[in-house]
Design a binder for this molecule. Structure first.
Ligand code: GLU
Length: 448
């Protein structure tokens, strides 16, 4: 069977870096193996799931460069889940339980007080027909629990190796609530089976669910996928990744103008044995992926790694790769490439190039003091064409004539020529400006 990976977010908020990491690993491993990347919206919780979040997740995945090959939605599969529940009922695999949430809570508290694990006591299994009838007559509707085998479930985890869990230590999971709504574990297994999922790669917060899910796969008579549970990451700055608050969300990085490849590299490689570094693209990132590279511990990451990497990627990009994006900012024409070569080291986001384009490539006069000094400099400006040596020749001449050096020499020139105290090297600015524009900036009266 061709590999099929899935990413299964609930559309109850926007994706944060932690979710993106799971999505990226699944999408890139699918890509690398020539398989399918399926996006499944776990939207059975109709109160918290919102279509705008589903749209947002799709947008965010597209922005990262990993649009899904196939999309499924749990909210459209209620009939299928109900049919499986009916089948399980007929086969005696599930049993009705009538406890209210409060009653269950009281049971758990009593168990905890006695130092026992808060595992469901299966009281509902002992109900007689008559007791059940009485509860129903009271108007109680049952929820449905799956009867775990109590055996040891084993699986070979792609990240964690040999795993085993005694299902006797777990509560029989509720598959469907009294109002008929099915719960995550049940819907997830039916979907994974129906959609031919071969690989379930998700966070290690789902390890305990896996034992239950394996028993459900068996009950369905379905093939088991390979399971792998990656470590989790947390922000070193203490900021919580929260779908609800939007902290460390992909959109917050997008709004900052961060390169999506930087987000992808940091999200994917944090918590692995690979170091975070600029890569050419998602293909190169996919080449590095191997489940054995996940570290086993919770890993902290600093969001500034993303912004730093984004800047490195921008500086390393060849002009050809940016031509269109720069043109969209109005930076186009025969001088665009030389301009980018001159200023790229001075911008941390592509949009900042627009300001430099205005400062350097359009006629400007910046108000500066020291007009006498600048007039002297103007007289000493070498003839065109400006070459690599023009700048040092000019500076040499200014030094010889005025005795100035260092900041006293450079700062008035920088301010007059660029309008900023910091920026690209003046020796590359000069050929960009050309002689006529440089003269007009030094001495406004010389503007033709
Ligand atoms: N909706 C679940 C979650 O986001 C999916 C878990 C899974 O991959 O099975 O935690």
């Amino acid at each position: 069977m061709s590999p099929t990976f899935r990413f299964a977010p609930s559309p109850t908020g926007y994706l944060h870096i932690g979710n993106a990491r799971t999505a990226l690993w699944n999408a890139l491993l699918a890509r690398k193996s020539g398989g399918t990347f399926l996006l499944r919206f776990d939207d059975t919780d109709t109160e918290r799931s919102k279509p705008e979040y589903a749209d947002g997740i799709l947008e965010d995945l597209a922005w990262l460069g990993i649009p899904p090959d196939r999309i499924e939605q749990q909210s459209e599969r209620a009939a299928r889940y109900a049919a499986v529940l009916e089948d399980f009922r007929a086969r005696g695999l599930v049993y009705p339980a009538y406890e209210t949430a409060e009653e269950l809570d009281r049971k758990r508290k009593r168990q905890q007080a006695r130092g026992l694990p808060p595992v469901y006591d299966r009281a509902a299994l002992l109900l007689t027909e008559a007791e059940r009838a009485r509860l129903e007559a009271e108007g109680r509707k049952p929820h449905w629990r799956f009867k775990l085998s109590g055996d040891t479930v084993r699986w070979q985890d792609g990240v964690r190796g040999e795993c085993h869990i005694e299902t006797a230590s777990l509560s029989d999971p509720i598959l469907a609530r009294a109002d008929g709504q099915v719960l995550y574990t049940f819907a997830s297994v039916i979907d994974d089976a129906d959609f031919g999922i071969t690989d379930v790669l998700r966070g290690e917060d789902h390890v305990a669910n896996t034992a239950v899910q394996i028993e459900l796969f068996h009950a369905l008579g379905a093939n088991l996928p390979r399971f792998a549970h990656h470590n989790l990451i947390a922000s070193a700055t203490g900021e919580e990744m929260s779908k609800r608050t939007g902290a460390l969300s992909l959109r917050s990085f997008r709004a900052e103008g961060v390169d999506p490849l930087a987000v992808a590299i940091v999200a994917t490689l944090t918590g692995t044995s690979e170091s975070i570094r600029p890569l050419e693209g998602l293909g190169a990132l996919a080449d590095l992926l191997d489940l054995s590279k996940f570290s086993r511990a919770l890993t902290k990451f600093d969001p500034s790694e993303i912004t730093d990497l984004s800047v490195k990627l921008l500086h390393a990009r060849p002009f050809a790769a940016l031509r269109e994006a720069l043109a969209a900012l109005g930076i186009a024409g025969s001088r665009a490439e030389a301009f980018w070569a001159a200023i790229h080291g001075n911008v941390s986001r592509l949009e900042e190039a627009r300001e430099w384009w205005g400062l350097l490539m359009q006629p400007q006069n910046f108000a500066v003091a020291e007009t006498d000094f600048l007039a002297e400099c103007a007289e000493l400006l070498p003839a065109e064409p400006f070459g690599a040596e023009s700048w040092s020749q000019w500076v040499g001449a200014i030094q010889a004539k005025t005795g100035r050096k260092g900041k006293a020499l450079f700062m008035p020139l920088r301010l007059a020529l660029t309008g900023r105290e910091q920026g690209p090297e003046l020796k590359v600015v000069l050929p960009l400006l050309g002689r006529a524009e440089a003269l007009a900036r030094l001495v406004p009266a010389l503007r033709p």
